[in-house]
Design a protein around this ligand. Structure first.
Ligand SMILES: [Mg+2]
Length: 226
């Protein structure tokens, strides 16, 4: 089936941010991970080993480290997010061609990320992609700290956005984050990643399409449609 046929009728294009709209530069995740540990250590007055344990424990229990910190320690999410995302993004390469390919899509493009809005805007600035291309940015605050792949994250975006899942497509570097979109009747596109957790399930039915070149993939949808 051609790309145009596979995406026929789609009017809402939902993009994850990190590792989807840009590849994580080497070392960026390590920077963010280290800043999470540093924040916990300073704020909770624990050593680096205990900070690490809490960081991973809250991530596993709540799907997001920040939720555990909010719940158990009364940490203000804004403080945590501002601290962990204060990282060097200079290795992210500008990609205006991707912006042009998104702009050419029929209908609305939106972002749905487990990250926060300030980080989205900084990344888009590095990519040289106009944030105005996106009709909405659904971040971890607007989904009330409900992260993908949990169903509530998608419920929050659907409620805020009001799109028809049968006319929506989702792009993700995490295969498991496509399970709910598939269940809801959305079309799904997976961008392979080296991360084991994210790639689990990539050969299953909820992954409809796979590409390692998002710009080219989007161009093939619109070029064939005209
Ligand atoms: Mg991602």
């Amino acid at each position: 089936m051609s790309h145009a046929a596979a995406f026929s009728g789609v009017d809402t294009w939902i993009f994850d941010l990190d590792n989807t709209l840009y590849p994580y530069p080497p070392g960026l995740w390590a920077q963010i991970d280290a800043r999470m540990g540093g924040f916990i250590s300073e704020r909770l007055l624990v050593d680096a080993i205990e900070a690490r344990r809490l960081q991973k424990d809250y991530f596993l229990r709540y799907g997001l480290t920040v939720r555990g910190l909010m719940h158990h320690h009364g940490v203000a999410a804004r403080d945590f997010l501002d601290h962990v995302h204060d990282v060097d993004l200079s290795e992210i390469q500008p990609n205006p061609a991707l912006g042009a390919a998104i702009a050419a899509l029929p209908g609305r493009a939106v972002v749905h990320t487990n990250s926060d809005r300030a980080h989205v805007l900084r990344v888009l600035a590095r990519l040289d992609i106009d944030p105005g291309l996106f009709a909405a940015i659904h971040d971890i605050e607007s989904t009330r700290f409900e992260p993908k792949p949990g169903a509530r994250a998608y419920d929050a975006v659907a409620a805020a956005d009001g799109f028809d899942p049968a006319r929506a497509a989702m792009f993700e570097d995490s295969a498991r984050n496509l399970l709910e979109p598939h269940r809801r009747g959305m079309r799904t596109v997976y961008l392979p990643t080296v991360c084991d957790i994210a790639s689990a399930g990539r050969n299953e039915a909820h992954v409809h399409h796979i590409t390692d070149d998002l710009t080219d993939f989007l161009r093939r949808i619109t070029d064939e449609a005209t």
